[in-house]
Design a protein around this ligand. Structure first.
Ligand code: IDP
Ligand code: MG
Length: 149
Protein backbone atom coordinates (compact mmCIF):
# COMPACT_ATOMS: atom_id res chain seq x y z
CA UNK A 1 0.00 0.00 0.00
CA UNK A 2 1.35 3.40 -0.93
CA UNK A 3 2.46 6.10 1.46
CA UNK A 4 -0.11 8.90 1.58
CA UNK A 5 -0.61 12.21 3.35
CA UNK A 6 -3.94 13.23 4.83
CA UNK A 7 -5.40 16.16 6.75
CA UNK A 8 -6.65 15.80 10.32
CA UNK A 9 -8.32 18.58 12.29
CA UNK A 10 -8.74 18.48 16.05
CA UNK A 11 -11.98 20.44 16.06
CA UNK A 12 -12.91 23.19 18.56
CA UNK A 13 -14.52 20.72 21.00
CA UNK A 14 -11.30 18.69 21.14
CA UNK A 15 -9.31 21.85 21.95
CA UNK A 16 -11.82 23.08 24.54
CA UNK A 17 -12.04 19.68 26.21
CA UNK A 18 -8.27 19.29 26.51
CA UNK A 19 -8.12 16.27 24.23
CA UNK A 20 -5.55 17.45 21.65
CA UNK A 21 -2.72 15.43 23.13
CA UNK A 22 -4.72 12.23 23.50
CA UNK A 23 -6.02 12.49 19.94
CA UNK A 24 -2.60 13.13 18.41
CA UNK A 25 -1.16 10.27 20.50
CA UNK A 26 -3.50 7.81 18.79
CA UNK A 27 -2.09 8.63 15.38
CA UNK A 28 1.51 8.53 16.64
CA UNK A 29 0.97 5.22 18.42
CA UNK A 30 -0.40 3.68 15.26
CA UNK A 31 2.88 4.43 13.51
CA UNK A 32 1.72 7.38 11.45
CA UNK A 33 4.08 10.33 11.08
CA UNK A 34 3.14 13.92 11.86
CA UNK A 35 4.53 16.02 9.00
CA UNK A 36 2.64 19.26 9.68
CA UNK A 37 1.13 20.78 12.83
CA UNK A 38 -0.57 24.13 13.27
CA UNK A 39 -3.10 25.83 15.58
CA UNK A 40 -5.42 28.33 13.95
CA UNK A 41 -8.83 29.91 14.07
CA UNK A 42 -10.95 28.89 11.05
CA UNK A 43 -12.81 31.87 9.55
CA UNK A 44 -16.09 31.81 7.60
CA UNK A 45 -14.31 31.72 4.26
CA UNK A 46 -12.07 28.78 5.16
CA UNK A 47 -15.08 26.94 6.64
CA UNK A 48 -16.96 27.38 3.39
CA UNK A 49 -14.02 26.28 1.23
CA UNK A 50 -13.03 23.33 3.39
CA UNK A 51 -16.61 22.05 3.71
CA UNK A 52 -17.64 23.03 0.17
CA UNK A 53 -19.46 19.72 -0.43
CA UNK A 54 -21.71 20.52 2.56
CA UNK A 55 -22.27 24.24 1.86
CA UNK A 56 -25.85 23.75 0.66
CA UNK A 57 -26.90 21.31 3.38
CA UNK A 58 -29.29 22.05 6.26
CA UNK A 59 -26.62 21.45 8.84
CA UNK A 60 -24.01 23.75 7.25
CA UNK A 61 -24.82 26.88 9.35
CA UNK A 62 -24.48 24.83 12.53
CA UNK A 63 -21.27 23.22 11.27
CA UNK A 64 -19.77 26.58 10.23
CA UNK A 65 -20.67 28.19 13.57
CA UNK A 66 -19.04 25.28 15.39
CA UNK A 67 -15.83 25.06 13.37
CA UNK A 68 -15.22 28.83 13.70
CA UNK A 69 -16.11 28.97 17.42
CA UNK A 70 -12.65 28.36 18.86
CA UNK A 71 -9.15 27.46 17.59
CA UNK A 72 -8.47 24.12 15.98
CA UNK A 73 -5.31 22.10 15.55
CA UNK A 74 -4.52 21.01 11.98
CA UNK A 75 -2.24 18.07 11.30
CA UNK A 76 -0.79 16.70 8.11
CA UNK A 77 -0.27 13.00 8.71
CA UNK A 78 1.75 10.60 6.60
CA UNK A 79 1.88 6.83 6.42
CA UNK A 80 0.94 3.70 4.54
CA UNK A 81 -2.67 4.03 3.34
CA UNK A 82 -2.98 7.03 5.69
CA UNK A 83 -6.31 8.35 4.32
CA UNK A 84 -8.25 5.20 5.16
CA UNK A 85 -6.29 4.32 8.30
CA UNK A 86 -6.93 7.77 9.81
CA UNK A 87 -10.68 7.49 9.10
CA UNK A 88 -10.71 4.10 10.86
CA UNK A 89 -8.95 5.51 13.91
CA UNK A 90 -11.50 8.39 13.99
CA UNK A 91 -14.63 6.22 13.77
CA UNK A 92 -17.86 6.96 11.87
CA UNK A 93 -19.32 10.47 11.66
CA UNK A 94 -21.96 10.10 14.41
CA UNK A 95 -20.09 9.42 17.67
CA UNK A 96 -23.15 7.61 19.02
CA UNK A 97 -22.58 4.93 16.38
CA UNK A 98 -18.79 4.98 16.43
CA UNK A 99 -17.08 1.83 17.66
CA UNK A 100 -15.45 2.04 21.09
CA UNK A 101 -11.70 2.22 20.60
CA UNK A 102 -12.08 4.92 17.96
CA UNK A 103 -11.63 8.60 18.82
CA UNK A 104 -15.29 9.45 18.19
CA UNK A 105 -16.41 6.19 19.83
CA UNK A 106 -14.45 6.90 22.99
CA UNK A 107 -14.85 10.67 23.40
CA UNK A 108 -18.00 11.83 21.61
CA UNK A 109 -21.79 11.89 21.81
CA UNK A 110 -22.66 14.84 19.58
CA UNK A 111 -23.02 14.61 15.77
CA UNK A 112 -21.73 18.12 15.07
CA UNK A 113 -19.11 18.21 17.82
CA UNK A 114 -17.43 14.98 16.81
CA UNK A 115 -13.89 15.98 17.74
CA UNK A 116 -11.97 15.30 14.53
CA UNK A 117 -11.92 15.71 10.78
CA UNK A 118 -10.08 13.39 8.41
CA UNK A 119 -9.92 13.69 4.62
CA UNK A 120 -12.24 11.20 2.91
CA UNK A 121 -10.12 10.44 -0.19
CA UNK A 122 -6.67 11.02 -1.61
CA UNK A 123 -8.03 13.85 -3.78
CA UNK A 124 -9.68 15.51 -0.75
CA UNK A 125 -6.49 15.06 1.25
CA UNK A 126 -4.41 16.88 -1.36
CA UNK A 127 -6.93 19.71 -1.62
CA UNK A 128 -7.37 20.06 2.15
CA UNK A 129 -3.66 19.92 3.07
CA UNK A 130 -3.12 22.83 0.67
CA UNK A 131 -5.89 24.78 2.38
CA UNK A 132 -4.30 24.50 5.82
CA UNK A 133 -0.56 24.34 5.10
CA UNK A 134 1.88 26.08 2.82
CA UNK A 135 4.38 23.71 1.15
CA UNK A 136 7.23 24.77 3.46
CA UNK A 137 5.15 23.85 6.51
CA UNK A 138 5.12 20.19 5.42
CA UNK A 139 8.19 18.45 6.78
CA UNK A 140 9.99 15.78 4.80
CA UNK A 141 11.97 13.69 7.28
CA UNK A 142 12.54 10.08 8.18
CA UNK A 143 12.04 8.41 11.52
CA UNK A 144 14.58 5.92 12.87
CA UNK A 145 11.54 3.68 13.47
CA UNK A 146 10.35 3.72 9.85
CA UNK A 147 11.69 0.26 9.04
CA UNK A 148 9.76 -1.19 12.04
CA UNK A 149 6.41 0.25 11.01
P1 IDP B 1 -17.05 13.23 8.30
O1 IDP B 1 -16.49 14.31 9.19
O2 IDP B 1 -17.15 11.92 9.04
O3 IDP B 1 -16.33 13.11 6.99
P2 IDP B 1 -19.20 14.56 6.85
O4 IDP B 1 -20.44 13.87 6.35
O5 IDP B 1 -18.18 14.96 5.84
O6 IDP B 1 -18.57 13.63 7.98
O7 IDP B 1 -19.70 15.84 7.65
C1 IDP B 1 -18.80 16.85 8.01
C2 IDP B 1 -19.08 17.26 9.43
O8 IDP B 1 -20.35 17.91 9.50
C3 IDP B 1 -19.19 16.11 10.43
O9 IDP B 1 -17.93 15.64 10.88
C4 IDP B 1 -20.01 16.74 11.54
O10 IDP B 1 -19.21 17.61 12.33
C5 IDP B 1 -20.99 17.60 10.73
N1 IDP B 1 -22.24 16.90 10.39
C6 IDP B 1 -22.39 15.89 9.53
N2 IDP B 1 -23.69 15.52 9.41
C7 IDP B 1 -24.36 16.33 10.24
C8 IDP B 1 -25.76 16.45 10.54
O11 IDP B 1 -26.62 15.72 10.04
N3 IDP B 1 -26.08 17.42 11.45
C9 IDP B 1 -25.14 18.22 12.01
N4 IDP B 1 -23.81 18.15 11.75
C10 IDP B 1 -23.43 17.22 10.86
MG1 MG C 1 -16.22 14.47 5.41
Amino acid sequence: MSVQQTLVLCKPDAVQRGLIGRIIARFEEKGLKIVGLRMLRVDEELARTHYKEHAAKDFFPELAAFITSSPIVALAIEGKNAVEVVRKIMGVTNPQNATPGTIRGDFGLNLTMNLVHGSDSLASAEREIELFFSPEEINDYSLALDSWL
